[in-house]
Each structure stands twice: as structure tokens, then as C-alpha cells.
Design a binder for this molecule. Sequence first.
Ligand code: CTP
Length: 405
Amino acid sequence: MDVIPVLRGKRILLGVSGSIAAYKAAELASRLTQAGARVDAILTAAASRFVTPLTFQSLTGRPAPADLWSEDAHVLHVGLADGADLLLIAPATADILAKLAHGLADDLLTVTALAARCPLLIAPAMDAGMFEHPAVQANLTALLARGATVIGPAGGRMASGLTGRGRMLEPEEILGHVRRAAGRSGPLAGRHVVVTAGGTEEPIDPVRSLSNRSSGKQGFAVAQAALDRGANVTLVAAPCSLPTPVGASRIDVSTAHEMAHAVLEASAGADALVMAAAVADFRPARPADHKLKKDAGLPVLELERTTDILRAVAEVRARTGRPACVVGFAAETGDLLANARKKLQEKRLSLVVANDVSKPDAGFGADTNRVTLIDSAGADELPLLSKAEVAERILDRVGALLTRD
Ligand code: CTP
């Protein structure tokens, strides 16, 4: 996995308490470390019965102390707490929640928690019956009132065999929450960014549609990059199976018409719009209301133009000045720069992201992309990058455009 810029160099204290979900904390420690964070895992005695400090030491490359009574522990907890960016407790048992809520400090994790001044993120894991208990709920309420963020637990099957709400969130989702916490006061904090992603589907009949090869990956990466910078993000998604980045408000749409409606509404008061979606330019003029049967002969599809969303946004923007920054994409198979510059002008864009989709390592479906960023000042041809890195570059430009205005 690539380094995640918002986590690079961040000091994360990972508290692990004694739940069977502790094995997933090992995956989390690994993901955070690979993302570039400095992870100090602190295990409770009960956690050490499920997983070992050595597991975490090996994954993070840093000592994973568990004992308050080791010789250097009185300095250790202060050293760990000092300058930490985030205290993440995953999994958090009913016992650790009670200790945190009441300020008990009888092991290295709880002592460190009292010494730390950084944000606290808690991922509870316990049997559903325990989670519902008023004592646990009261402890959570106390922690929330003190500013902690509680994520999950999720519903589902638990180790006991029972089904209910008590499962720790999956490492991937916890990682999303960590990104959100780390980016909270980022350069786009307080800004609203609308992002579109995926390829629209235009119905031919109830079971068939006209679509395109967009996977949605680039748009979802843009949404994630905006979240990492602290923005409020509305993600208008055409049909695709990608998970929603943690923190984004997702609006699922299917057709260009639905997307136009959602984008015009969401972007009316927004700071930026990034139109990464591949919107159909044409749709069947008269979709059938029943399935077209092949023994009825070859159907003739008459097409009509869809609304050009970016042009509609440009009209609103001319009146209201919002969104201040509008980014369009130009997927081309020839005359890249000339075609992209035409779009920049005609759609009155702040920036156009142009890519040559005829290459196999760039554009639709690939994990990498090769784009040129074009604005009125000139063209910046980027090398082959991951879609996450392309998203970072786009958001750098969006950030610069917004602070300029
Ligand atoms: N777009 C839009 N509304 C549409 C179609 C596209 O807002 N109905 C947006 C896309 O999200 C993208 C940009 O416009 O940001 C692409 O421009 P477009 O002119 O549609 O490019 P092509 O589909 O490549 O069209 P052309 O045939 O003009 O090259």
C-alpha cells in the first residue's frame, strides 16, 4: 500500500485491549505503518493473551510496551503521550471504556490515556448484550461528552455465535476514521467539495442500459483526498461497487438526468466541484417500459442529448459565483491538449484534467492514471501515478485556487 499523505509522520498511539478483535488490531497497525504513520502499540494484559507485543513490534518496527511496572515506565507513558497526534483504542472492551470514563489508571494504556492531550478515537468490541448494558452506554456517553469519537460497533455475527451490535469495525473502515481525524484541521477544513464519480447508465428498457467503462476509482480517490484535507464532501456516485470513503455524504444516482439534478443542488452553495464522472452525452430518446423481446425484430435506438452538467453549473456560477472552483475531466483518444483546452473554455472551467484513455495504464478501470492538468496559465503534464496520487495533485490545485479567491 502507498503512503497516505495525511498520515505521513503522524504519531498514533494504538491502544489494544482484551477482545478477540485484537487480532484485527494487528492488521490495523500494519496498515497505519505502511501509510507512513509512526505507530506505538500499547497492549493491556488481557490483550496480550490474544496477541503478543511481538506481533505489534514486528509490524510497526517500534517497541510495543505492555507493562506499567517496567523500570522506565514512569517516563515511558509521558514519552508516549507527549506529542501524539491521536490515541486510537481498537478494540475497546467494556472494561477499558469504564476505566477511561472514570479516569482509572492502573496499566500503561490507561496511564498514557490520562497523560495524552490528543484526540481520542474509540472502536468498541464486545458482545451485543454487554454493549447495550446501561453501564457501558453511560460510560460511552461520558466519553462522548468529553470529546471522544466513538466508531461502531457494527452489527453482525460475533465470536460467541450470537448476532447483534458489538463487532469492531473492520480495519479498512477504522483507517478511514483515522484519516478523517488526522485531516480535520487540514487546508480545506470548513470547505464544501462536491465530487462526481463513475459512469452513468441510460435505460434502453427495464433490463438494459447504455453505459461506459468508468470504474469510479478516480472520482472516489478525489473524494478521499478532499476528505483528507478536512473538506466536507458530497460524493455523487453513478452505479459502481466501491465503498464510500469514511466521512463522505454519498448520493447514488443512475442517469445523467439524476446526476444533473443532484449536482446542481449540492454544488449551489459549495466551494468546489470536481466532475470526475463519465456522464453519458446521449441517451435513448424513448426507453421502453417493457423488456424488448428479440422475436419482435431488431430495435432501432433513437438517441437524444443529455444535459451538459458542467455547462449548467457554469450558468449558475455566472450568476452566483459558486462554486468558486470547477474542475472538469477530458477523456480523449487523440489531440489531447487541443480538445482539453476547448473544454476548459467552453465549459468555463477553473481546471481540466485531461487523460489519454487509449493507453492501457491510464484512464478507465486502471489503478494508475497519466494526466495533464490544464488551466488558463498552462499545462502541467504529470507522470504515470496512482489514482490516489493524481487525486492529491488535483486537490493541491483546488486548494490553491480556493485560497487565491
Ligand atoms: N460532463 C458533464 N455533462 C455531460 C457530459 C459530461 O458535465 N452531459 C462532464 C464530465 O463529467 C467531464 C467533462 O464534462 O468532466 C467531459 O466533457 P465532455 O464534453 O462530455 O467530454 P466528452 O464526453 O469527451 O465529449 P466530446 O465528445 O465533446 O469529446
